[in-house]
Design a protein around this ligand. Structure first.
Ligand SMILES: [Zn+2]
Length: 193
């Protein structure tokens, strides 16, 4: 289905005009805040996530009513920091998802089951919290993509050999991170410095 015109009677048969009724539900801001209402279309993860300990997880949902997609992309440090960055957008065509986002991760993306994705994201957040790290500030805006209030399961063992293992990234506040990390885990300076 395509989107209705603003002044048409709303398709939901409320008797109101579309702009006074369901149109609001099809605005990007609403869609992202209520992401869990939309069915999962596909989830992806970077192919080398296990070796690198760094996961780019893409959760794509579909607004069936207007035939558009919304996505949440979570950059997750599985060894230490948890959710390091968050990107999201809504009301996109499938083409935009395909080219704009999947191409962005150069190592290539592979399919992953939604529940596995949730487990990695929410598990990494919990692991990081125990060390003293909170998720990126934009997590709050996009968290509905992975229904954080629902229980999750994961077989993945966070950290390296169960311990926090911090690899310094180019945009990190390394001093602050080391202060929080303290003696709880190992620290290595990455080659990107
Ligand atoms: Zn309506």
């Amino acid at each position: 289905m395509t989107e209705q015109n603003r002044n048409d009677p709303c398709r939901c048969e409320s008797g109101k005009k579309y702009k006074k009724c369901c149109m609001q539900k099809n605005e990007p801001f609403f869609m992202i805040q209520n992401a869990s209402q939309y069915p999962i279309e596909k989830c992806f993860i970077n192919a080398n996530w296990k070796e690198s300990g760094l996961a780019n997880i893409l959760v794509v949902r579909k607004n069936i009513e207007i035939d558009k997609y919304l996505f949440g992309m979570f950059l997750v440090d599985l060894y230490c920091l948890g959710v390091k960055n968050v990107f999201f957008n809504a009301k996109l065509d499938w083409n935009a998802i395909q080219h704009g986002i999947i191409d962005y991760v150069q190592e290539g993306m592979v399919d992953m089951d939604y529940e596995e994705c949730r487990g990695l994201i929410l598990g990494a957040i919990d692991f990081a919290k125990k060390i003293g790290f909170v998720p990126h500030e934009d997590w709050e805006k996009a968290k509905e993509f992975v229904e954080p209030q629902k229980p999750y399961k994961t077989k993945y063992k966070f950290g390296k050999n169960g311990k926090p293992f911090y690899v310094a990234g180019p945009d990190d506040d390394v001093e602050e991170i080391i202060k929080i990390l303290g003696v709880k885990g190992a620290f290595v300076r990455s080659f990107t410095d």
